[in-house]
Design a protein around this ligand. Structure first.
Ligand code: SF4
Length: 280
């Protein structure tokens, strides 16, 4: 067994909060630069220039790329030979988020109760997903997610007979319904299969995959390429002001499903799709 003390986890998580919110990952940044060159609409081109300039300023001045610094979504991959000492892993992650958001003056966006809506004032609790694997490492991925794009996400409980065409239609309809609201260009995470809750988790995890990469499954890769082309022909464009850059990527993850099920979850994200990783 390998011991990892909670103090190290708190320290690492705290130090991920500012870079996650202030530095756009290079895959998205480079994709925006390429899109700016390829964009045909003058206003779309200008919007992309402003988005890139905004990302540059955020990085240089160490300020958030967007005012919505999101709900802290955390993916933990823990080796089964890791032994956490000094307290609870969940409490340590939440303490890291609390310190990271308060000490860096990142906006606190979490209310304790969905109806009473009093702010917790420290951006906790985080939403934490655990995955247990072999080994003695602890990997923590922080993906703060804003509400504007999250609110545009959808789950479709399709029938198996709807087939791949039904899934494509559902994904396109989710994007068209979203329109300008999720601050395009979007990154679209799709979860196909599993059940109701797993499809949503697959869709969220798909957002972590770098822009420009594809599924290893040939027919899913084909679906990603075809959907991206179709979505970019909707004309929604950068910030919804028209153009041929509505999305930078469609990332699809799949899982086995029930003979009578075909869940399709679409988790829409924006040009500020954030993701930082650390390994202990
Ligand atoms: S959708 Fe993204 S860019 Fe738009 S306000 Fe939310 S976090 Fe910011």
């Amino acid at each position: 067994m390998r011991d990892i003390n909670v103090s190290e986890i708190i320290f690492k998580v705290k130090n991920m909060c500012s870079p996650a919110n202030c530095i756009l990952n290079s895959d998205i940044y480079n994709s925006l630069k390429n899109a700016q060159i390829a964009e045909k609409s003058p206003i779309g081109k200008e919007m992309l220039s402003q988005i890139i300039e905004n990302a540059d300023i955020a990085k240089t001045d160490n300020v958030p790329i967007c005012q919505d610094t999101g709900m802290a979504v955390v993916f933990v991959t823990i080796g089964q030979n890791v032994h956490i000492t000094g307290g609870s892993l969940t409490d340590a992650i939440n303490e890291g988020i609390r310190l990271g958001y308060t000490q860096n003056y990142l906006r606190k966006s979490i209310v304790k109760d969905p109806f009473i809506r009093v702010n917790t004032n420290d951006n906790t609790p985080a939403i934490i997903h655990y995955n247990i694997v072999e080994g003695d490492k602890l990997k923590i991925e922080l993906a703060p997610k804003g509400a504007g794009s999250e609110n545009m996400s959808k789950i479709f409980m399709l029938k198996p007979s709807d087939g791949i065409q039904g899934a494509k239609n559902a994904i396109i309809s989710a994007v068209e319904t979203a329109g300008p609201n999720p601050c395009p260009p979007m990154i679209i995470g799709v979860g196909c299969g599993g059940n109701f809750e797993l499809s949503a988790l697959l869709a969220k995890k798909a957002l972590l995959r770098p822009v420009g990469t594809h599924s290893q499954i040939p027919h899913i890769k084909q679906m990603e390429i075809e959907l991206l082309e179709k979505i970019n022909r909707t004309g929604i464009g950068p910030q919804g002001l028209g153009g041929n850059t509505t999305a930078l990527a469609v990332n699809i993850d799949t899982y086995a499903t029930h003979i009578a099920c075909m869940p399709i979850a679409v988790n829409i994200s924006c040009h500020v799709t954030r993701h930082t990783v650390c390994e202990i």
